[in-house]
Design a binder for this molecule. Structure first.
Ligand SMILES: *Cc1c(COP(=O)(O)O)cnc(C)c1O
Length: 491
């Protein structure tokens, strides 16, 4: 039997082709026109397969993948919510898809209207004055936001401010973006409730502080009660407040970062606003700022005069940080999501996401260690099993979940606890699905006590068992040629 799961090169059959063009309409390209230095010396290594072989091969391997459309996917911090299909339909419309960014604006009024309106919606949702949809991802948005903060200080002739305060619970992109922006990250430790410790914050405030980056609810899913005090302290020290709004899910329609005293923020459209992510696909990390900082937002800017939309490049702007307008079709999907839900339903996203996380927190706390008790927001963090005598680790629990057709939650992050399991169910899951997950988690806790070897072996039902992650990271095999070399060297 033909095994379509084999590598595509192994299905290759000399002379077989998938598609050919009529020769008389495409005369041989005259290769003498190409400079010799650019000519290929070896024959191009390509699989020789039919269209149907290719189709079956890729369909088969796609079935081995696990996505939010296969089953529960409670990856904490990532908001793996369902991406409604209507978003895709809109993004597939030729009227949008076939536009060219350099077309005269008189011919793209509809597309610019969508873009402009989304900027306005994000302002309304976040309480910040203006948004740029240009950044390609959350981390990119962070960098742009930090560049705005830097430009603001330098414009006032204040070149001393190079430090950005970041709590230890923050996402790793925060210190990374700070460093890329040429600034210095100053870490502060959380208190025993997982929140910012006001005393450690006060201790690092000085005239070298450019600002502070904060995620609220933080990466433990805990709301910073002292948020107004924190923003006040940083502002009094001359710094600006940056809100990491990659996960806005818990607050959507309830609390606005602008009202909490934040000056700059980014939002991940590919998390909160239901555009697909994972696998490094296109994202979008719009950046919003207060009125005072608006002039620094990157070019090009989409503006409106009366009923006419136009594109502006201002000289005060940071410059251009993406090609043209960023990932337009991702913005279009987010726009569709907002319009589909409407103002009233958008307000329900946060409460449902929070309810689901608290339901899980409460149901699992008898078997899993909950280091921070009380209400959580959109996600909950456990520290492995309560019963630490079993030798069963968070990794084993995560692997065992795969056997039950559920994606593992985020594990070993945040770094505050040695056995972190970070669960974010999102608002899109039904009570039945969440109950299923809770039952499986309890079953795993029982297995840990009675048959721990099952957990050490897991997963047993997936196409690939436990991967050797260290080997995979050290031995990157990206092409069939590399693979052959590896096989041959292995002997
Ligand atoms: C996902 C995430 C980011 C980074 O966003 P990317 O789009 O992956 O670059 C930053 N901060 C938090 C809290 C996040 O969850």
């Amino acid at each position: 039997m033909i095994n379509y799961n084999k590598m595509i090169f192994e299905l290759s059959n000399p002379g077989r082709i998938g598609y050919s063009l009529p020769k008389e309409r495409f005369p041989e390209y005259n290769i003498t026109q190409i400079e010799t230095q650019y000519l290929r010396e070896d024959e191009l290594l390509l699989p020789e397969v039919s269209e149907l072989d290719v189709l079956r091969h890729f369909t088969n391997i796609s079935n081995k993948n696990f996505g939010v459309e296969n089953g529960f996917y409670p990856l904490g911090s990532c908001t793996m919510k369902y991406n409604p299909k209507i978003n895709e339909e809109m993004a597939g419309l030729k009227a949008f898809k076939n536009l060219h960014p350099l077309q005269p604006v008189s011919t793209t009024q509809g597309a610019l209207e969508v873009y402009y309106n989304l900027q306005q919606y994000l302002s309304e949702i976040s309480g910040l004055h203006e948004f740029s949809l240009n950044p390609y991802a959350g981390a990119h948005g962070e960098l742009v936001g930090l560049m705005v903060i830097k430009a603001y200080h330098e414009d006032r002739g204040d070149f001393k401010r190079k430090k950005i305060i970041i709590p230890d619970s923050a996402h790793g992109t925060n210190p990374a973006s700070t460093t890329v922006c040429g600034m210095e990250a100053v870490e502060i430790v959380s208190n025993e409730r997982g929140r910012v410790n006001l005393e450690s914050l006060k201790a690092v405030l000085s005239d070298e502080i450019a600002g502070m980056m904060l995620t609220n609810p933080n990466t433990l899913g805990i709301f910073e009660n002292d948020i107004c005090e924190i923003t006040k302290l940083v502002h009094e020290a001359g710094g600006l407040m940056y809100y990491d709004g990659a996960n806005l899910n818990a607050l959507l329609g309830k609390v606005r970062p602008g009202d909490m005293g934040f000056d700059v923020m980014h939002i991940n459209l590919h998390k909160t606003f239901s555009t697909p992510h994972g696998g490094g696909g296109p994202g979008s990390g719009p950046v919003g700022v207060t009125e005072e900082l608006t002039k620094y937002l990157p070019n090009p800017k989409v503006k409106k005069h009366e009923d006419y939309y136009y594109v502006e490049n201002s000289k005060d702007a940071l410059g251009q940080i993406s090609s043209y307008f960023g990932n337009y079709l991702v913005a279009l999907r987010a726009y569709t999501y907002i319009r589909t839900l409407g103002k009233e339903n958008l307000r329900l996203v946060g409460p449902y996401a929070t309810l689901n996380a608290n339901y899980i927190s409460n149901a699992l706390k008898t078997a899993y260690e909950l280091p921070i008790t009380g209400y959580c927001m959109h996600e909950v963090v456990f520290n492995g099993l309560i019963n630490k005598e079993t030798e069963v680790k968070t990794l084993d629990i995560a692997k065992r979940l795969l056997d039950f057709g559920m994606h593992a939650p985020t594990i070993y992050f945040p770094l505050l606890f040695p056995q972190s399991i970070m669960i974010e169910p999102t608002e899109t899951e039904s009570k039945e699905t969440i109950d299923d997950f809770i039952n499986v988690m309890h079953k795993i806790a029982v297995e840990a006590k009675e048959q721990p070897e099952i957990l050490k072996q897991a997963p047993t039902t997936t196409p690939i068992r436990r991967t050797d992650e260290v080997f995979a990271a050290k031995m990157m095999i990206f092409s069939y040629k590399d693979y052959l070399e590896y096989i041959n060297n292995r002997g």
